[in-house]
Design a protein. Structure first.
Length: 250
């Protein structure tokens, strides 16, 4: 994978957020008038069918109708409405999605923040930072990628924390993003990450350190552990000679 395109590979926004099938057998809606009736139905499957119709056909009032469904009592309906709003690519979808950032359900907040970012709005940054601590790996990964593309300074602590994530892919991506951030506060955590059990994490930590520090000490991130230790020792010697690093966490 080319490093320049690495952060472009993101999960489908609210599809990943749902964590369950979108279809519960709601049937089909055949017209806008039927969809408008179904949106008012007490049956959540009918409301879901109406949202799916709006998503697939995008009639002129779709954004207004879908925005109203972000307050539906049924979580699946709200999630599907977020997917549909993303498909509209309309700036009018921003306001209702911003309100959805206050939803009580973290899945809804995450889906709204992700969709806002894809629509060019970064007001969901705080929610994405919150999602870096999610129990769900896919949430953590997508939030990490979006925040990395945003070059979010507010997420620096979260990026560093993810160097200890259970997922090697997330640890590797966090190291890569820290290199993009070019912040000396990441030097010590990245030095620790050069001792990770997984070679790609060690590799990305080393590359990030080279970017941040301007140093280019050789490091054999795979293969013989003794050769790897020689390179690591050289980096540690350099670090010891630097003393306090401004901005580094205590």
């Amino acid at each position: 994978m080319k490093r320049s395109s690495r952060l472009l590979l993101v999960l489908p926004v609210a599809l990943a957020a749902a964590g369950c099938a979108f279809f519960r057998g709601p049937g089909r809606v055949g017209s806008l008038s039927q969809a408008e009736r179904y949106l008012r139905s007490p049956n959540p499957d009918r409301r879901l069918a109406a949202v799916i119709y709006l998503e697939e056909n995008l009639p002129p009032p779709a954004v207004t109708l879908l925005g109203g469904m972000l307050e539906d009592e049924d979580k699946l309906v709200r999630l599907r409405a977020i997917v549909a709003l993303r498909r509209t690519e309309s700036s009018l979808a921003v306001a209702p999605l911003q309100r959805a950032l206050e939803d009580a359900d973290p899945d809804i907040r995450f889906a709204a923040a992700s969709t806002l970012y894809e629509l060019g709005d970064e007001t969901g940054e705080e929610t994405l930072i919150e999602s870096l601590r999610s129990q769900r790996e896919d949430f953590r990964l997508q939030s990490l990628m979006f925040l990395g593309r945003m070059r979010s300074r507010a997420a620096m602590e979260g990026f560093i924390d993810l160097l200890d994530d259970p997922s090697p892919r997330i640890r590797s991506t966090a190291a890569y993003i820290l290199g993009l951030m070019d912040d000396y506060s990441a030097v010590d955590p990245l030095l620790e990450a050069m001792e990770d059990d997984v070679d790609i994490v060690r590799r990305d930590a080393w590359r990030a350190l080279k970017t941040i520090t301007g140093q280019d000490f050789e490091f054999i991130y795979g293969g013989d552990p003794e050769l790897r230790q020689i390179g690591l020792d050289r980096w540690l010697q350099w670090r010891q000679g630097r003393g306090e690093i401004p901005g580094a966490p205590e």
